[in-house]
Write a protein that binds this ligand. Structure first.
Ligand code: GLN
Length: 499
């Protein structure tokens, strides 16, 4: 069966009756069984439930009520609460947590008739850029298993790249969809903040967290987004239809559901943020972006130089804000209300201290400590408040740029996937991996990472960034490039061995 097929192709095959959802699901499950020991991209495989969902989808199709995603398998990052299924968030703290309810994203995918293959590996509480902070062990990059798949949605990226799932959900707080997509040679969209409900998505940094699709190409990202997105009263920061730009983009999503992603209708003006290119020291990456620019230029799009002057401040700003929010969000894991509880506590303080010391890994502790420090009396103004002010300046940089350009083209990551263990002893070097992704997160904007080249056999990614709620043009431009190039089809690791 077509293990590296797109959602669009699988949807068509299921509609044509080329195979049933049960057959399709079984073939993915077999592949997971075969390759997951090597890749470690799934923490939990939901074989039994998946086959039941597939059988229900086949029945629905027979009854004539199938939608475009009915019976199509998908994997979920293990940060999305899934009723009756282990939801660990990559942490020992939640090692035994079986969610009592579905995240809105999960219930929407179920409603669309999708088959949930399992829960994918991730950095602990989504803190990391390599998947190495997972309590369940690092995941491998299927393009080269000595390299990391990126993070924090590393398991999702690896699963899609290796054809263990045709698509997956991810979350992006500072780059966690885009950077692993770039490292594994797939397409990953971080939607506008508020576009996809955060209800039931384990919180890391609530003002930044955003769920999104990780797929083989932009047309699939649009299709999966159309099933995930939409207003949700259960998320207080969910974008409401009356907000500027939301209702027209809601209509667009509906159109995608009905007839797929439509091509671009007019040439675009695309900005090249000069600070990003100045900070890019990987020659292969520079060349790949240059040839992507030429391809789009030959297609009639115009490129102009733009400046985002506060780019350099994004990493420290992000790590203050994300840490501060994490330190408050993670206070709920105290061994009483939630999470791992230590054995035989002597008293309440001992219970809290040991439960948290045992339940959290080193990176999570580092974030809690730095975040608590940034919020403490006497330091709040110097760190947290200042970071909030700089966040505003960064957002204003983008607003100014989008007065003159439709989109921005930038690298996703400083280079290709690094090696396992290469950066684990240097947290600051690990953090600097996010230098091109965090500014977009701080500004709450949509951005897609798509494959645009390679370096030593490993994929490279480019980001197309748009104004708030402009997923339509971001994805249409990505799709246009994918019509004119085949980078998104080149990285098909393990394809030759497919069952
Ligand atoms: N690598 C970043 C961090 O560690 C981003 C993570 C994310 O987007 N969840 O915080």
């Amino acid at each position: 069966m077509k293990q590296h097929a797109t959602l669009v192709a699988l949807s068509k095959d299921l509609a044509d009756g080329s195979y049933s959802s049960v057959e399709l699901t079984r073939s993915y499950l077999q592949r997971i069984e075969r390759y997951n020991p090597q890749l470690n991209s799934f923490i939990t495989v939901c074989a039994e439930q998946a086959l039941e969902q597939a059988a229900a989808a086949d029945k629905q199709r027979q009854q004539g009520s199938a939608g475009p995603l009915t019976g199509v398998p998908v994997a979920l990052k293990d940060i999305f609460c899934t009723e009756g299924v282990l939801t660990t968030c990559g942490s020992r703290m939640l090692e035994n947590f079986v969610a009592p309810y579905d995240a809105t994203v999960v219930s929407r995918l179920k409603q669309a008739g999708m088959v949930l293959l399992g829960k994918t590996n991730m950095d602990e509480f989504a803190m990391g850029s390599s998947n190495e902070s997972s309590y369940f062990g690092a995941a491998a990059n299927p393009c080269n298993d000595r390299h990391v798949p990126g993070g924090s949605s590393g398991g999702s990226a690896a699963a899609v790249a290796a054809g263990l799932a045709p698509a997956a959900t991810g979350t992006d707080t500072g780059g966690s969809i885009r950077q692993p997509a770039s490292f594994c040679g797939i397409t990953g969209l971080k939607p506008t903040y508020g576009r996809v409900s955060r209800y039931g998505m384990v919180a890391f940094a609530s003002s930044l967290d955003q769920g999104g699709p990780m797929t083989r190409d932009a047309a699939d990202a649009a299709l999966l987004l159309s099933a995930m997105a939409g207003f949700d009263a259960a998320d207080s920061t969910s974008a409401q239809p009356h907000m500027p730009g939301v209702s027209s983009s809601d209509e667009w999503l509906q159109q995608v559901r009905q007839s797929g992603l439509q091509p671009l209708t007019q040439p675009l003006t695309i900005g090249l943020p000069r600070e990003y290119y100045a900070a890019l020291d990987n020659a292969d990456c520079g060349q790949a972006l240059e040839s992507m620019r030429k391809t789009l230029e030959a297609d009639g799009h115009r490129f102009v130089d733009v400046s985002l002057p506060h780019t350099e401040a994004a990493i420290p700003t992000y790590y203050v804000i994300a840490g501060a929010e994490a330190s408050t969000n993670l206070s709920r894991y105290d061994g009483v209300r939630f999470g791992h509880r230590c054995q035989d506590p002597a008293d309440l303080d001992d219970l809290y201290e040991r439960s948290r010391s045992e339940g959290f890994g080193a990176e999570v502790k580092r974030r809690i400590l730095t975040g608590t420090y940034a919020l403490s009396v006497g330091y709040y103004d110097a760190y947290y408040l200042k970071a909030q002010k700089i966040r505003r300046l960064i957002a204003e940089d983008f607003s100014r740029a989008f007065k003159t350009v439709d989109l921005l083209l930038a690298p996703t990551a400083p280079g290709p996937a690094f090696q396992l263990d290469e950066l684990t002893r240097d947290p600051v070097a690990m953090y600097s991996q996010d230098k091109f992704t965090v500014p977009v997160s701080l500004a709450g904007l949509p951005a897609v990472s798509i494959p645009c080249g390679e370096s030593a056999g490993l994929p490279l990614g480019a980001q197309l960034i748009g104004p708030a709620f402009a997923e339509q043009s971001v994805l249409a431009a990505a799709h246009q490039f994918q019509q004119l190039s085949d980078w998104h089809n080149r990285f098909r690791p393990l394809a030759e061995e497919s069952a």
